[in-house]
Design a protein around this ligand. Sequence first.
Ligand SMILES: [Zn+2]
Ligand SMILES: [Zn+2]
Length: 367
Amino acid sequence: MSDNTRETNAFTEENNCVDTEFIKCDGCGANMVFDPDKQVLSCPHCGSQKQFNLHTYADEINLSEGFSEDRWEGNVDQYECDNCGAKVVLSAGETANKCPFCGTAHVQKSQSLTGLKPNALLPFTFGKDRALELSKAWAKGKFFAPKKFKKKLQAENVNGVYVPCFTFDSWTTSEYVGRIGRTYTRTVGSGKNRRVETYTVWKDISGVHYDNFDDLLFSAGSKCDQKQINKLAPFDTNNSKIYDENYLLGFMAYRYDYEISSCWGMAKNVIDSSVRSNILSGYVYDKVAYLNVSTRHDKVTYKYVMLPVYVGNFNYAKKPYNFYINGNTGKVWGKTPKSFWKILLTVAIPIGVVVGGWFILRALGVI
Ligand SMILES: [Zn+2]
Ligand SMILES: [Zn+2]
């Protein structure tokens, strides 16, 4: 995309001059949005399309060079929801009408910095219409979900949000020393004293263990957190693209809540426990007296990748509910409200049959 297709408008807000950037349609001048079905920018008004460079894969960043200082400023604005605290980032010039997580309109433009800029992104591969179809099919399959909820799902309840995640690669070398035991049984004594007793054979172990970890994925957000990301996985992060703000047009991005250093801390914990169980899997044992492992991390790289998730929100009986759709694979996960009457009937009918049967048998004099 050439620079002259980008228009810069300046507006004054609370004495701050803010540059807003968006891409205008050559045909009609409307703001263009990213079209996941065609992987181009398209004009929602007249339908004209514009390509941008899609075929570049994101590189890993070497951790030994420190965490990236590339900050996410200027081209994006940050909004914060007063109701649920979600922080979302939009292309400058777009405004958030509703919070994608709680559906309320209490979103305010926030003055705080938007933090580290992502270096990678996995684009959405289908649009909102398909996301709504998937949500409806999913809701339909939920037996206990109230009818009202199944019928009320609308496009405004489903929003495309890029969720911030960090992926880490590491080549590990672990030196270990430990003591493991195996339990056996034997028969001792004779006559009345003959009995079976258990005993443990202990063994000292030590060695060096090598393990490679590739694209361990950690959600850096508290709204679509690790649990949700694990449920929606897999995400094809090895094929993520270089971050380009064109992908954000028409979508929201959720700002990270956990710093990369604390996510790397979590990654090391996951690696440590994985290394431990991989070491032990090489032995036959049923007791571990101790196992001391010291791990060196080499060639550690990371990506700060935005993952495509459609977030569904709805309120039922004054309680907010969320569900999530993997914007790449279409996998849906979430909780629906449960209809009190449906649960009551499901429980009541079998009980009614049993109690009714008992009365009939009694009346017939069978019992
Ligand atoms: Zn147009
Ligand atoms: Zn909210």
